[in-house]
Design a protein around this ligand. Structure first.
Ligand code: MG
Length: 434
């Protein structure tokens, strides 16, 4: 069984992700690293998994510092002083899930080579238990949240805006309300009490889960609304008119203000809107595979100023390579201080998007994609980093095999008629499926 998915190790608590598994992950990691920092989100199962990890790490001789209930970006920022970081979280998944995500000192999640090494070692029991006198030391450190806040306060200016902040009962409640208040904002909080049952809303901060936030922004006449997912590596926003700001819009707005006059390089996944290219005309836009880890790797590789994924993951390498929803919250306030969020949105070009799927058996996907590529190549500039995207004068289309289902996905975006582009792509796909 493949242990690591695109977001680390994740599954149902006490069924797929057990203390026995966490112990082994700890033993394997502790056999390779001398020091580790560990933290957790508020999930019911998080202390159980965290304690098993600590037992494994120290049993292998690794010194462990525990920073308690924190956001993922706080843990990733703390990792800079250790050989690795371990975050016990299932991010935006529902409450029955738990996960383990491993971090490098620069805030970059373990890449596939590092994950493969850990996975292989777990299978082959590739770890060492040290004699009693070499068992790793254990300490607690209560300063990680303050250190993360201080770093952010050095990078963004004060503001006196009225904000509604919805932490979704996730880990964001440990830091964002305090940070925004210290920055001078009037903060009205929703669901700022961490609670692993996520009683208020689904932890994913998407349009349909944020109806209370939208309403509260209007009720209080606030300047904007901000929402986090369960571990606050994500951040989404609602404008002062109570409208949800899409991921592509936020991605573009952050890109514009992070790059400033330097123009810079911005890294985005291959399924991102051409809004980014058209609005950030002077910046270099680099596209990667879909997934925030690939965006982070791209930022490092191209020495980029900023990168993000429309799901709500915004990466600012001046802090770390981990998506930082807490810094993003502080940054959007600094931006909105100058200009209303609805006015910023009005300036962005807007294009119609259409998505769909076609059935395709898993074993036929590779051959199908080859055929599609041959047919798409004459139409425009082809990118084949993750599926096949073709950029044309009139828009673009992306054809990507699903990683989990017997389907291929199609995304089309057009300057004018999206149905035309979609239909054209669909016909090519049907032809290739014959
Ligand atoms: Mg998350």
């Amino acid at each position: 069984m493949k242990l690591f998915g695109s977001s680390g190790i994740r599954g149902i608590a006490n069924k797929e992700i057990t203390p026995e598994l966490a112990l082994k992950v700890g033993l394997v990691l502790g056999s390779r690293k001398k020091t580790a920092v560990i933290g957790r989100d508020p999930r019911v199962s998080a202390p159980m998994i965290e304690h098993a990890l600590i037992a494994g790490l120290t049993s292998a001789g690794c010194d462990v510092v525990e920073i308690g209930l924190v956001t993922t970006p706080t843990l990733a920022y703390a990792a800079r002083a250790y050989e690795c970081g371990v975050m016990v979280t299932a991010s935006h998944n529902p409450s029955e899930y738990i996960g383990i995500k491993l971090w490098n000192p620069d805030g970059m999640a373990f890449d596939s080579a590092q994950q493969d090494e850990i996975e292989k070692a777990i299978e082959t029991e590739g770890f060492t238990r040290v004699p009693w006198n070499l068992i790793g030391k254990f300490e607690e450190d209560g300063n990680a949240i303050r250190a993360h806040m201080n770093k952010i306060k050095k990078l963004v200016g004060n503001s006196s805006l009225k904000i509604v902040l919805d932490c979704g009962c996730g880990a964001g409640g440990t830091i964002s309300p305090y940070l925004l208040q210290e920055l001078g904002c009037e903060v009205i909080t929703l669901n700022a009490q961490p609670d692993g049952h996520f009683p208020a809303r689904n932890p994913e901060p998407n349009d349909e889960n944020l109806s209370l936030l939208k309403k509260t922004v209007l009720d209080f006449g606030a300047n904007l609304g901000i929402a986090h997912d369960g571990d606050a590596d994500r951040m989404m926003a609602v404008d002062e008119k109570g409208n949800f700001v899409s991921g592509d819009e936020l991605l573009t707005i952050f890109g514009f203000y992070e790059c400033g006059d330097s123009k810079g390089t911005v890294v985005v996944p291959v399924d991102t809107s051409m809004m980014v290219d058209d609005f950030l005309k002077d910046s270099k836009i680099v596209r990667t595979k879909v997934g925030d880890v690939y965006v982070a790797e791209g930022i490092k590789k191209f020495n980029a100023t900023y990168g993000g994924e429309p799901s709500g993951s915004w990466i600012f390498p001046k802090i770390s390579y981990c998506p930082d929803g807490v810094y993003a919250a502080a940054k959007i306030i600094e931006i909105v201080k100058e200009k209303k969020l609805s006015e910023l949105r009005e300036k962005l070009p807007r294009y119609a998007t259409k998505r769909g799927t076609l059935p395709c058996e898993n074993e036929k996907k590779a051959e199908f994609m080859e055929r599609v590529k041959v047919k798409l190549e004459p139409l425009g500039e082809v990118l084949d980093i993750d599926g096949i995207r073709v950029n044309m004068e009139t828009g673009w289309v992306l054809i990507r095999p699903s990683g989990t289902e017997a389907k291929v996905r199609i995304t089309a975006e057009a300057r004018e008629n999206v149905d035309d582009i979609f239909e054209m792509a669909e016909n090519i796909m049907k032809e290739a499926l014959k």
